[in-house]
Ligand binder design. Structure first.
Ligand SMILES: [Fe+2]
Ligand SMILES: [Fe+2]
Length: 279
């Protein structure tokens, strides 16, 4: 492995072991974190100036970290520590907002509780990758990522359904079909992940399932890209606070597809038994 300080494909697989590249992940996720802070701010009601101010501080904090990341050639030392601290703090901010909503101690504005939980989970995923991007066998990393991302993808569709205007019947119908597909895929991924705990030497069904997952994720990715284009052209009726949200979820779908496409060839190669891939 080339090490996870310099940028490179993430995850990268070699000799039946896959490993995330911390720097590449940081470049992707720090932009996501900055945008989460913006979406929270836009969703907060006008009578919550302090929370809006706090959200704005996170926008600026991640903007600055991204500027430092773009100038750096390695992710280590102070930069890594500052990034980890910022991610920990934004996790706590999202959790604090969610707690307030759950206990009816703040007005929700347009931040759904599930959206706050969703972006909190994304931040926790990022923190885990920053702290310990552990090398893993392709089967385990693939199923772990599938369970994480399929839940995220299913929720994206649920948010889009609740943000589209009720008159957008064609798009809502399409989204409803995608929601059913992704609910099924998520359930299956959880089953397969559980079965993989028995550590089978080969698991061909996972290969077939992953091909289906990639096809479905491409369809969802195109749906999000089309919705973003429509919103940009002002041809979409919705309460989406900014078209950037649709681009954001499209980028997350692309990240999911990229990860599956990086791990699948390694799994195919290693699925024949452990001895063969050590050549
Ligand atoms: Fe996100
Ligand atoms: Fe997301």
């Amino acid at each position: 492995m080339t090490g996870y300080y310099e940028t490179g494909s993430s995850p990268a697989c070699r000799s039946c072991i896959c490993e995330f590249n911390r720097f590449t992940e940081a470049l992707f996720w720090s932009r996501i974190m900055q945008e989460h802070a913006l979406f929270i701010k836009l969703g907060l009601p006008a009578n919550e100036p302090e929370l809006r101010e706090k959200a704005q501080e996170f926008i600026e904090r991640f903007k600055e970290l991204r500027r430092r990341l773009n100038k750096a050639c390695r992710l280590e030392g102070e930069l890594l520590r500052d990034l980890i601290d910022a991610v920990k703090d934004i996790i706590e901010f999202k959790a604090e907002l969610l707690r307030l909503l759950i206990q009816c101690k703040a007005e929700p504005g347009s931040n759904y509780p599930l959206l706050l939980d969703h972006i909190r989970r994304e931040a926790m995923h990022f923190l885990e990758l920053l702290r310990k991007p552990e090398p893993k066998e392709p089967l385990f990393i693939l199923l772990k990522e599938q369970v994480f991302w399929l839940r995220i993808m299913k929720e994206h569709i649920e948010f889009i359904i609740h943000l589209l205007d009720p008159s957008e019947r064609e798009l809502l119908n399409q989204a409803e079909g995608l929601r059913r597909t992704f609910s099924r895929l998520l359930e299956t991924a959880r089953d397969l992940e559980s079965m993989a705990q028995t550590r089978p030497r080969t698991f061909n069904t996972v290969l077939r399932f992953t091909e289906n997952v990639i096809t479905a994720a491409m369809e969802l990715r195109n749906f999000k890209a089309a919705a973003f284009e429509l919103a940009e052209l002002c041809e979409l009726l919705s309460i989406v606070s900014t078209p950037l949200l649709l681009d954001h979820v499209r980028r997350e779908a692309d990240k999911f597809i990229d990860e599956m496409e990086a791990i699948l060839p390694a799994l195919k190669k290693c699925n024949v038994g452990k001895d063969k891939c050590k050549q």
